[in-house]
Design a protein around this ligand. Sequence first.
Ligand code: UDP
Ligand code: MG
Length: 313
Amino acid sequence: MAKEKISLIIPCFNEEESIPLFYEETNKVSKKMKNVDFEMIFVNDGSKDKTLPILRELSKKDKRVRYISFSRNFGKEAGMYAGLEAVTGDYAAIMDADMQDPPEKLIEMYEIIKTEDYDCVALYTESHKGYNFIRKALTNCWYKLIDKISDSHQVPGARDFRLMTRQMVDAILDMKEYNRYTKGMFGFVGFETKWLAYDAPDRAAGTSKFNLRKLIKYAMEGIMAFSTTPLLLSAYVGITFCFIAFLAIIFIIVKTLVWGDPTSGWPSMACIIIFVSGVQLFFLGVIGMYLSKIYLEIKHRPVYIVKETEKTK
Ligand code: UDP
Ligand code: MG
């Protein structure tokens, strides 16, 4: 019987220090897993350092190493998508280049997917090492929120590191949207996923590519891609305000009939007007955000643009 193959997808953005470490570790693991073939698909996401030359070298040296190099930085989501499209194996795993997703774990993950009835084995972390207090607190709140307002269940602390079957990869690829939020997509497509807890180690080298601004953008993308609750919220707030206004009208009529009508209350009126227009503009902004997503979606722009692969070089 032919050997099964695992395709590893590794999005890389300025990872010149991490890639050699990652390759070495994965190589060791592949020697331990003699019954499977490996394929490593590195996606160079517009790195400005020596990532690309390193990948060229590696792919010359080792035929199992493939790479896809983008024409500029398209973001990790685009990197994962390009990798998934290139997969030729029976299983695929998405991994970070920085060793926070230890290749060693693949042994256990493959064992589970082979022997138990799962389509996917995914990892989550409870420790969030290397995150400061604010990032930890925001991350926790965000997972609670997204779980409440969307159909796509997301495990708190879930990483992108997961081993999945070809069938699941195809299901993800069938989702052709431009605004990709892979964490939500995994939840959306269903299939049986086994969750393993682990302590994510610190980055082996280099620095995190996600600053607070990028993370907030990522979190908003997640909400907009999998929930329409913010759009409905304006209707709820509108109804509540109408109700309050109705009570206020009754109060004013009764007050005028009982005590007469001394003309007063202009400052409070000004506050109310400013408050209500603020709320209206806020929800106009929410609608605008969804509209901008639709706008990008209907343009059908490519999610990424490839400049070079191991085949074109
Ligand atoms: N990454 C990428 N494109 C980007 C940002 C990040 O391909 O625009 C890659 C990065 O090289 C790494 C992975 O995504 O392999 C996770 O990034 P990072 O470790 O910086 O994120 P963190 O672990 O801090 O959340
Ligand atoms: Mg990392």
